[in-house]
Write a protein that binds this ligand. Sequence first.
Ligand SMILES: [Zn+2]
Length: 413
Amino acid sequence: MTGSAILALYLALFALQRVVETGLGILNLRHGHAQSAPPPALAGAVDGATHARMRDYSQARGRFALLADSVSAAAVLAVVLSGVLGTTDAAVGRLALHPYLAGGLYVLAVGAFFTVLGIPASLYSQFVIEQRFGFNRTTLRLFLLDRLKGGLISLILGAVVLLVLFAFMDRAGSLWWLYAGGVIIAFQVVLLMLYPTVIAPLFNRFVPVGEGEVRARLAALARRLGYRLRGIFVMDGSKRSRHSNAYFTGLGPVKRIVLFDTLLDQLDAGEIEAVVAHEIGHERLRHIPQRLALSVAATVAGLGILSLLLDYAPLFAAFGIREPSHHAALVLFSLLAGPFTFWLGPLSALWSRRHEYAADRFAAAVVASPRPLAGALIKLSRDNLANLSPHPWYSFYHYSHPTLVERLQALRA
Ligand SMILES: [Zn+2]
């Protein structure tokens, strides 16, 4: 393939992705705009005023996402087409540093550019949209502190991954991608185990569920299922947002169920029990190891493809990089991958929704009734102003969780 053929293929796929993504976004906005009342299945649970707020919030977020996505897509296109990747590479090369250090600096420069570019959108989303609908509780100071901490963590983890990649590319022969993949996966597993106890506490406080009815019910549930009550935590989510949530995280001995303090305020004891049962369902049904297996396959496949492109000069030339190098290959690969991997998104979302249905069934069976979970899901959707009626194509493509109506239908069946 010549340089211009590579460029044409990339641009065609890029355009197709933009058309599909923007088209889905617009369809979803128009579909949502046309809903003047809650879906019939929720007629008794959501009043008109609340429904109007839910719709306005979805519209505001949807419109802004369309704009922000277009801006970041345009930025990627500008960077890969303008030749700036080549001039930056040449400039870093003139510093005459150790190749790994130069490579790291190059990756850092490109990464920092896109990180900084994304900040205005985060600011607007948090301090304008979230603020307008009464969700924001983040101060500007906390916002900046979060970015700083997140940036430092990415810097450290990124440096480790880069070092592993550079070393294996240099010294491990033609199967470097397999060995490097193995090391990166081991690193991912370690991270997954460290996340709950080392990384998450840098951002939030985690405490055991306080004494009272909720704790008593969760203790009984945990005893019945052989789950450790000590693995259930309350997080101070209210320090950033009024949104509420619960999640399951960790691997092996470090597993945690995390309940936002906002969730404890919104739900009654029976509903909280059902939500925890749902999260224990994710653990019992081994959903995290399954997702990890998918990420392992994706990592190895991605590195395998990267290894094929590593010495392919026309690819570099097509994007203005005169001198093929390992670091330029990494950057090009990550900037160009989007239009190729975009089409796999729905498969991952579909799989995730199946896991949600399975965890819902588990919870309903464990608390011997679908009612508490149904009640919890309705309250959570209402308080978080969830989109009750996304366009079916949009939710099929993007939603990691089934819609509220779909989950309620499945629970009743
Ligand atoms: Zn879930």
